[in-house]
Design a protein around this ligand. Structure first.
Ligand code: NAD
Length: 260
């Protein structure tokens, strides 16, 4: 435990479960006061309670990051609870898969909204104040699908490329202000999102769970699912003071190696 973020306020979107929950734990362990935000009230409240019980200053807010009003409320609540927001980790997201001809306009718009537009809204609401204060960290949880193409996820891939583009643009825009902007781009991570993808393959192909998981891993060349804590460790590294020189990076996380 470094306590490197003592005195810092951190907002984690999508913090109710999965990667966001692991990030909230990691940043709280580093001493940050955290506001955990996601759509499902019961999940964010559970995470905040757990962190609070472990001695952290932790707060929960149920909000929809695709709505401008919801993000304004998030920014207001974050400033009220944390005093100031120094770290924003955008981990809200959703994935769906379908061949191009079956991607509806609704699915396209929903996927872009949660994975890309919400990131823009949250950055716009919170990052300018970080620059005024002269210190800040923005980390987007993108995906390997933000760096390369893959079959049957055209909408997800487009959305994740958008958030990587946003990351690179904001890194340049905020260069020299003390605010760094980076993205982490994992392959498949062991969360509810991937469980749904595995179950989707099982339903469509009649494969067993291990076969479906192996088929999914084969698309990225992974030997196993990445653990959410491995992604969180990289996010936490990028948030620490010693990462001040790292900005505009899209860090790929792929598990070509056995679990650490
Ligand atoms: P998850 O489904 O476990 O968690 C997603 C979180 O986002 C939940 O807390 C959910 O409430 C929140 N969320 C969804 N829509 C929201 C909205 N409109 N407003 C507010 N919150 C919303 O998924 P995860 O695997 O933890 O994914 C987290 C991020 O990591 C996503 O952006 C995902 O695309 C990305 N990612 C996941 C994987 C993976 O394999 N699991 C791989 C690469 C990238």
């Amino acid at each position: 435990m470094t306590r490197a973020l003592e005195g810092r306020g951190a907002v984690i979107t999508g913090g109710g479960r999965g990667i966001g929950q692991a990030v909230a734990r990691a940043l709280a362990a580093d001493g940050a006061a955290v506001l955990v935000a996601a759509r499902t009230a019961a999940e964010v409240e559970r995470v905040a309670l757990e962190l609070h019980a472990a001695g952290a200053a932790a707060f929960a807010l149920a909000c929809d990051v695709t709505q401008e009003a919801g993000v304004s409320e998030l920014a207001e609540e974050a400033r009220r609870r944390l005093g100031h927001v120094d770290v924003l980790v955008y981990s809200a997201g959703a994935a769906a898969s379908a061949p191009l001809e079956r991607v509806t306009l609704e699915a396209w718009n929903d996927t872009l909204a949660v994975n890309a537009t919400g990131a823009f809204l949250c950055a716009r609401a919170l990052v300018p104040d970080m620059a005024v204060r002269g210190w800040g960290r923005l980390v987007h949880v993108a995906s390997i699908a933000g760096l390369e193409g893959a079959r049957y996820i055209s909408h997800y891939c487009a959305a994740k490329h958008a958030v990587v583009g946003l990351t690179r643009a904001l890194a340049v825009e905020y260069q020299g202000t003390g605010v760094t902007v980076n993205a982490v781009c994992p392959g498949y991570v062991d969360t509810a999102l991937v469980t749904r993808a595995i179950e989707n393959v099982m339903a469509r192909t009649g494969r067993s769970r291990p076969e479906a998981e192996a088929a999914i891993l084969a698309t990225t060349g992974q030997v196993r699912l990445i653990r959410p804590e491995e992604v969180a460790a990289e996010v936490a590294r990028l948030c620490r003071p010693e990462a001040a020189g790292i900005t505009g990076q899209a860090v790929a996380l792929m598990s070509g190696a056995p679990a650490p």
